[in-house]
Design a binder for this molecule. Structure first.
Ligand code: 1CP
Length: 357
């Protein structure tokens, strides 16, 4: 492609200079911006020396469980790089104690008593009594007060299916065979579990919005485990009802679908302001099909950043040239890897910001 279409879509408008909204807000509305917004999945965490230093004194559970420490970790990458959004430091498991779920991290989530039967699902508390992750809600308030005005704050949650994956399987393992067996043997119990998670996550995301999050990202990291027909029947209705409830509350939604090429078209039909995809997906082709009504987010391969600043710059420039600026939020296609040099992140930030005019 020539690239001329790309430059014409980033033309600055006089209004854009005085618009109090963040770049992320405007990209979510698919309005023209002076440059594309950038934030990075897992931008806080183990690749940062200042995070590793805190981790010498505190477990991950302690960091995520304390509003003060979580706020501090959220702000660490923002102090180092001029990113356009912070994402609250927590885990997709954080709201699950509200359902009486006990878990630890080793380093990923390990559930003490996995859900393996209809009786296990029936035993979950049904009334919406407990407040999901009050420490996360408090941390959002703390970060909001510290964050520069032009930096957006993102809340997040796990999609019902991805949470169910950990709850049924008990931990993250390849292809989640116990989960797929449960979906076949106990479809009604699975649906009851998904419905319960969908309600809890809608409530949790709305609370995050009320506490000061500008938008929320829903991580469906294990979206691709079921074939399309089973996904449509069992999973989609519960994901959709959560997205509708959150949208009706006026909260903007970024829906991340990971490693599910057979479902990307179905995800693009779900109600969300932006669709985020992993690095396997052709983002420009996705934008050509759905960009008239969805912003797109992504999708550099995180592994490229581990190769250093030069490959990072090359890949970032290719992405910027291929994908139209309007309605594009730059990000990786999955989380930063712990062995990423800080210099690669700096190179990515610099490359994206150079587009400004
Ligand atoms: O320091 C440590 O040892 C803990 C590692 C760690 C971290 C930094 C875990 C355990 N979670 C987190 C934080 C986290 N998790 C964030 C905060 C944002 C940031 O770092 O900037 C977010 C958004 C998540 C979301 C998350 N957790 C997802 C969805 C995104 C994705 O990666 O697909 C998933 C699947 C999890 C589960 C989880 N928690 C932790 C790990 C290592 C994992 C995944 C691996 C596994 O299942 O074993």
């Amino acid at each position: 492609m020539t690239g001329s279409g790309v430059t014409s879509t980033v033309a600055a408008t006089p209004e854009a200079d005085t618009d109090p909204r963040t770049l992320l807000d405007r990209a979510l509305a698919r309005e023209p911006t002076t440059r594309r917004p950038l934030w990075i999945n897992r931008q806080a965490g183990r690749y940062l020396p200042e995070y590793r230093k805190l981790r010498e004194q505190h477990s991950f559970k302690e960091l995520a469980g304390s509003a003060d420490l979580a706020a501090e970790v959220t702000l660490q990458p923002i102090r180092r790089f001029p990113l356009d959004a912070a994402i609250i430091f927590a885990d997709i498991m954080s709201p699950l104690p509200a359902l009486g779920i006990d878990f630890d991290f080793a380093p990923g989530p390990v559930v003490a008593e996995p859900i393996r039967s209809a009786a296990d699902v029936a035993a979950l508390p049904d009334a919406d009594v407990a407040e999901p992750a009050p420490e996360v809600i408090e941390a959002i308030g703390l970060v909001r007060r510290e964050l520069p005005e032009d930096t957006a704050l993102l809340g997040f949650c796990g999609a019902p299916w991805t949470l169910a994956a950990y709850l049924v399987e008990g931990r993250g393992i390849k292809d989640f065979p116990l989960l797929r067996a449960f979906a076949a043997a106990e479809p009604q119990a699975l649906e009851r579990l998904l419905a319960r998670l969908s309600r809890l996550m809608a409530d949790y995301l709305i609370r995050q919005g009320q506490a000061g999050a500008d938008a929320v990202q829903i991580f469906d990291s294990w979206a691709g485990l079921l074939p399309r027909a089973a996904w449509q029947r069992l999973v989609r209705p519960h994901l959709e009802s959560m997205l509708v409830t959150v949208g009706d509350a006026g909260i903007k939604r970024i829906l991340f679908v990971n490693n599910a090429p057979h479902l990307v078209e179905a995800y693009a039909e779900l109600p969300a302001e932006a669709l985020a995809v992993d690095w396997r997906i052709d983002l420009r082709a996705l934008q050509d099909r759905h960009g008239h009504r969805r912003a797109v987010q992504g999708n550099l391969d995180p592994a490229i950043l581990t190769a250093g600043p030069e490959p990072t710059r090359t890949a970032a420039n290719t992405l910027l040239n291929q994908v139209h600026a309007r309605g594009h939020i730059v990000n990786l296609g999955h989380g930063l890897l712990p062995n990423t040099p800080v210099e690669s992140v700096a190179a990515l930030v610099e490359t994206v910001r150079r587009e400004e005019h």
